[in-house]
Design a protein around this ligand. Sequence first.
Ligand code: FAD
Length: 467
Amino acid sequence: MIVHWHRRDLRTTDNRGLARAAATDEPVVPLFVFDPTVLEYASPVRIACLCEALEALRMRYRELGSDLVVVEGEASGAVPRIAAEYDASRVVWNADYSGLARDRDRAVRAALEDAFVTYESVHDAVHHEPGTITPNQGDHYSVFSYFWKKWRDRDKRDPVDEPDADDLADVTGDPLPTLDDLEFDEPDATPQPVTMAAARDRVADFCSGQIYRYADEREYPAATGTSRLSPHLKWGTIGPRVLYAATERAVAETDSDGDRESVREFQRQLAWREFYVHVLAFNPEIVSDNFSGYANDIEWRDDPTALEAWKAGETGYPIVDAGMRQLREEGWMHNRVRMLVASFLTKDLLLDWRLGYDWFRQLLADHDTASDVGGWQWAASTGTDAQPYFRVFNPLKQGGEYDPDAKYVREYVAELSDVPTDAIHGWHDLESAERERLAPEYPAPIVDHAARRIQAIEMFERARGET
Ligand code: FAD
């Protein structure tokens, strides 16, 4: 027997590690381990997604005459134990590049060596693994545009097939644990379905039409302009090669240069994901440390009341509040609004990006350490290729530009549903009596953006040692 240990690759198709295992003469035992040292960092919404994706994976294995073996325990004990139970000579898995995952895998490798079981870690989650797209000096690019040019021009691997039923072991797994068994509450949010079938449908749907409008619509949170594939890429319910092949088909199926440009723009976003994977792989400490050093510490404020208002979507800045409420309701937020709320936390509330990252980590169904840390450090002007510290988003202008009819705000901020668009975008400048008349339940702005912008710039100049 040979064990394929699933982790963030919750699919049977376009799974390179699984295909590698299936290509041997040995029947494959599919395994998933609920590891308490990893679950420690999980959250209700993510565990709910994980269990849903695992249930779908299990059903697919059953259709193929096999099953998913599911166990609980530290991976360094559980993986060799299952290998011994099934008399497996080898364990295969797909590489995961975060620091936590690499620590876990080191311990598993050592335990397998002690048990004389061979193993293989296969590159699967990205097209071009860390260390393969590099500048002349250094392990990874720090500037995205250079990375993108190389990423774009490199050949991509083809998708790999699902194993045949004959390649899989005739095993029977125990039922999956419930959220309660795993000591997690039911999530408050209702995230989108995260299964292989949902991923396949979304790719097919997106790549047959919306992808051609992506470049024009991707920045507008009220439009269904983006793919919403991030939870699938996070959990691996879609393979990157299948997705990329679908985008290339979309290129082949159009005669319009504009359409082709739009597909390229989408592919560019896929490359951002891999850029951050490379950055994190070589800098695992950036989950808690600033990527870019400043001469002095940044003097972030300590303001628990402001933090709570931000988390609750009660800042009095409509587009920020809409985003924070979308996050709570759906476990997802539009990228433009993620940038805005992150900028607001760090540059308007002057709070440490790590506080925002922690909140996103808990609530995002698509939380991915590399992209989440990358996005936060970008917004906080501490990251790779980050927003310059003196370019501070104006949440009022951004609301008017990217949500001109305030449709997005009205969808998530019920108190503003009957308020005229101009008043929503000008909320900050209204007399308090007027605000009270229009939406008595909705707060006044908790800070003055113009004043905080100046304070933020001064805070960074002090950190740079310039004042
Ligand atoms: P689309 O626009 O359809 O893009 C397709 C795919 O490209 C995405 O699914 C994602 O895999 C990738 N992508 C797009 N934009 C980015 C980006 N800026 N950085 C990295 N990858 C990108 N993305 C996550 O997947 N997980 C996170 O935890 C996460 N946290 C973020 C935190 C902050 C503060 C910011 C500013 C961004 C974060 N992002 C994160 C990136 C981005 O917001 C999401 O990937 C995107 O909103 C997902 O929606 P979509 O699938 O419809 O994106």
